[in-house]
Write a protein that binds this ligand. Structure first.
Ligand code: HEM
Ligand SMILES: *[C@@H]1O[C@H](CO)[C@@H](O)[C@H](O)[C@H]1NC(C)=O
Ligand SMILES: *[C@@H]1O[C@H](CO)[C@@H](O)[C@H](O)[C@H]1NC(C)=O
Length: 328
């Protein structure tokens, strides 16, 4: 091989290596901890199931927590960080505090994992696994979670406020908020099906019940019989602790009844009911209501895609020792 050929060969070889290296840095992998901490996913599953047996609501909490992590600064565990004297963290934004729940499940899983493999498994991955286990334990489809996320060192209340859609959003605003995160409209409709689980605080719906618009005190898009029931559970000046189920027929089952509720004007939020107002999203709602299995498959795929938003990998970020604090 002459010097020129050798040079070409070396540069080809370099490009190839950089290509591979780059790929392994940027992409998450199923079974990422297979050799470094083979018990990690199992421990998370055990902790989720232990917590779920005491309180079904933790499953809803963990699915929502993963969403809130991913939409504010990517799925980097930023939602898990506590505020400090000099910083108000995501978890203390009004959209998260006091409603977000399940933090202790992550803490318990992290403590057990640290005791068997110290400094290996990120909090962001633990949350992604826990969300998957929560979907599965409530009757959704299990799915493989590509892992290898690393934990961020920044968590800002302002970013939770700016990135998480409020329950007052209409279909145009929702579609834009999800598009900003690389998720299309169909995925937005699919992921909204998470509202088949859990509860809402009354404070999120009082405007729909009592103070909707200048022309109508009660939202005309809400079934009046359902509205009357909700008003009994959520009086006009609500105690901020009062809650109502998101999908009353089956609050701890991942099923299609959320979409059937929306079709019968029983979506709890404007952001649920608005899915009937565009022909494309209406068609999705109908399909999901009719074929629960299709929705479950699409939901699993959409969760995997959501779980890749803005992740840190390779040498970026860190593996936190405690999910509530950055490493010092
Ligand atoms: C489409 C835009 C969305 C809006 C506007 C929205 C808004 C909300 C609001 C206001 C609550 C009630 C919180 C409370 O007061 O306790 C809630 C609960 C919930 N959300 Fe969403 N959400 C959206 C999308 C999602 C997505 C994509 C997921 C997950 C994939 C999700 C999962 C949940 C779950 C599981 C609950 C129940 C939480 C619990 O019981 O602790 N939401 N959402
Ligand atoms: C959605 O809300 C935005 C902002 O309030 C408004 O400009 C838009 O017209 C609304 N779109 C629909 C379809 O109602
Ligand atoms: C009713 O809604 C208006 C407009 O959104 C708001 O300014 C007002 O404070 C609300 N009133 C109550 C009692 O919540």
């Amino acid at each position: 091989m002459g010097p020129k050929k050798l040079k070409t060969f070396i540069s080809f070889f370099l490009c190839f290596c950089i290509g591979i290296f780059h790929k392994s840095e940027a992409e998450l992998q199923v079974g990422f901890y297979q050799y470094s901490c083979g018990l990690a996913e199992f421990i998370v599953k055990q902790e989720v199931s232990k917590a779920f047996s005491k309180d079904f609501g933790v499953a809803a909490g963990l699915v929502r927590m993963h969403f809130h992590d991913c939409f504010a600064r990517g799925c980097d565990g930023s939602v898990l960080l506590d505020s400090t004297p000099s910083n108000t963290a995501e978890k203390d934004a009004p959209t998260n505090n006091p409603s977000l729940r399940g933090f202790e499940v992550i803490d318990n899983a992290k403590a057990r994992i640290e005791s068997v493999c110290k400094g290996v498994v990120s909090c962001a991955d633990i949350l992604a696994f826990a969300a998957r286990d929560s979907v599965e334990i409530t009757g959704g489809l299990g799915y493989d979670v590509p892992a290898g996320r690393r934990d961020g060192r920044v968590s800002l209340q302002s970013e939770a406020l700016a990135n998480l859609p409020p329950p007052t959003f209409n279909v145009t605003q929702l579609t834009r908020a999800f598009a900003n995160k690389g998720l299309n409209q169909e995925e937005m409709v699919t992921l909204s099906g998470a509202h088949t689980l859990g509860r809402s605080h009354c404070t999120s719906i009082t405007d729909r019940l009592y103070n909707f618009s200048t022309t109508s005190k009660q939202d005309p898009n809400l079934d009046p019989i359902y509205a009357a029931q909700l008003k009994q559970q959520c009086p006009r000046s609500p105690n901020p602790n009062l809650v109502v189920p998101m999908d009353p027929p089956s609050p701890s089952l991942s099923d299609g009844s959320y979409y059937r509720g929306v079709l019968s004007k029983r979506g709890l939020f404007t952001s649920d009911q608005t899915l009937l107002t565009s022909p494309q999203t209406l068609a999705q709602v109908i399909q999901n209501a009719q074929n629960e299995f299709i929705w479950k498959m699409k939901f699993a795929d959409a969760m995997v895609k959501m779980g890749k938003i803005g992740v840190l990998s390779g040498k970026n970020g860190e593996i936190r020792a405690n999910c509530r604090r950055i490493n010092s």
